[in-house]
Design a protein around this ligand. Sequence first.
Ligand code: 5GP
Ligand code: ZN
Length: 136
Amino acid sequence: MDCIFCKIINNELPSCKIYEDEEFLAILDIMPINYGHTLIIPKAHFKHILDMPESYAENIYKIVKKLSQAIKEALKCDGLNIIQNVEKAGGQEVFHSHLHIIPRYLDDAFKLNLSKKRYENNNAMQIVAEKISQYL
Ligand code: 5GP
Ligand code: ZN
């Protein structure tokens, strides 16, 4: 399979590793939003979180917490973004599931929430909540 993250996991391509266990690898993103921008990647190939078995989805958050604490302490950042981009519409470019931990500073220029909407009214909001709940 021609997957850049599988090649990194199999050591066919170089990477800057910061954490590894049986299930996951964490590496520095090659084009960081800020220095220390980290990717947590399951070693098995899944397209994104919706494709991952539940146990992986649970286990990944233990690693997220451990790495987030280490990044915050090491880099003295003011905050973090913990993000997974899902599918093209969600900004996903590498279709091997991964989660971003991005160190953030009060004075950095990166903005995630540039174009927020408002619900027409409370009823419109309630309808959306009920629609989602039906699938749980
Ligand atoms: P996505 O948009 O799919 O959520 O993010 C993919 C991320 O992978 C991007 O932030 C991009 O900079 C990073 N990336 C792409 N190719 C490589 C690579 O070869 N090595 C590393 N370390 N990161 C990569
Ligand atoms: Zn892969």
